[in-house]
Design a protein around this ligand. Structure first.
Ligand code: HSE
Length: 307
């Protein structure tokens, strides 16, 4: 095989109660990444987008992840990577993760799956570190493994794939502004009161239990963030109104997707999801905020081979 094209989907992370550890693979939105084997060694990137993303392999997350990968294998050929960005950078739905994970996944296919999924997570994290200033695997893990994942440790890469209730839906509202992950991480306080830590641990445990039991009332009570959301929500226009409208419209919960500005709401009923989306969009139209919005089921498979 000399070429491959993959769809590398968006993802939401944190889910309010699991900062840097929980992630959900989405079905909608994603990058299309085509990789060709080339005679010359090394990596070459062509990025097709309107976002001014650098094609320099030392400045593009896909190039950084691919180079981390190629340091671990001795081959006498290289790769040309063509990235058609379907996710706006700085949107909070895993734009950099889609490019870095999709690229190493595609290259690995051309290397006859020389590396395993955890290796791919490790290489992709180099891209995440470049863009955000710290290592985290909560976006790349669910798109490589599919479904909902919990990253217990990034140092020894201990990642658990959790159950995804079939009826669970995610409503995404993305106000059309860019928030750099590095900026959004900077506003997060570095010290947490012990009482908040206790509550967050309880919420995270209860959320995971709710995925196994499909107890949506418990899920609703658990997807709460008293630690990061208060600091980050100030960066997001209309956050409090969107949250209020979503919960009043029947959302199980509502919070910041990743580092924002996207906002997620959870629902376990398609009709309710449409009502939530409709009510939030009417509000944003009224206050004249530009946005993108969609509803997605949990994507159980992750990155998909297109051709
Ligand atoms: N967990 C990360 C954050 C995701 O919230 O900063 C951003 O990529």
């Amino acid at each position: 095989m000399d070429r491959i094209k993959v769809f590398s989907p968006g993802s939401i992370t944190n889910l309010s109660c699991g900062y840097d550890v929980l992630g959900v693979c989405l079905e909608n939105r994603g990058d299309e990444i085509e990789v060709h084997k080339s005679i010359s060694k090394g990596i070459e990137i062509e990025s097709i987008d309107n976002y001014n993303i650098s094609n320099n392999i030392d400045e593009n997350v896909a190039g950084i992840a691919a180079q981390a990968m190629l340091k671990n294998i001795d081959i006498d050929f290289g790769f040309k990577i063509i990235i058609n960005k379907g996710i706006k950078p700085g949107s909070g739905i895993g734009s950099s993760a889609a490019s870095s994970a999709g690229t190493v996944y595609a290259i690995n296919q051309l290397l006859n799956s020389h590396f395993d999924n955890l290796d791919l997570v490790r290489f992709s994290m180099e891209g995440e570190n470049f863009v955000s200033g710290s290592y985290h695997a909560d976006n790349v893990a669910p798109i490589i493994l599919g479904g909902i994942t919990l990253v217990r440790s990034i140092s020894d890469l201990d990642i658990i794939k959790l159950p995804s209730p079939k009826s669970l839906e995610v409503i995404i509202i993305r106000p059309n502004i860019e928030i750099k992950t590095s900026d959004s991480r900077r506003v997060v306080k570095k010290k947490v009161k012990i009482e908040k830590m206790v509550q967050q641990s309880a919420n995270l445990g209860a959320f995971i239990s709710s995925l196994y039991s499909e107890d949506f009332d418990l899920m609703s009570r658990s997807v709460v963030d008293e630690i990061v959301e208060p600091d980050r929500s100030m960066l997001i226009p209309e956050f409090e109104s969107i949250k209020k409208i979503s919960t009043e419209s029947g959302a199980l919960s509502c919070g910041i997707s990743g580092s924002g500005p996207s906002i997620f709401a959870l629902s376990n009923n398609s009709e309710t999801s449409k009502i939530i989306l409709n009510n939030v969009c009417s509000h944003l139209d009224k206050v004249k905020i530009d946005y993108d919005s969609f509803i997605s089921k949990v994507n159980p498979k992750g990155i998909k081979i297109l051709d």
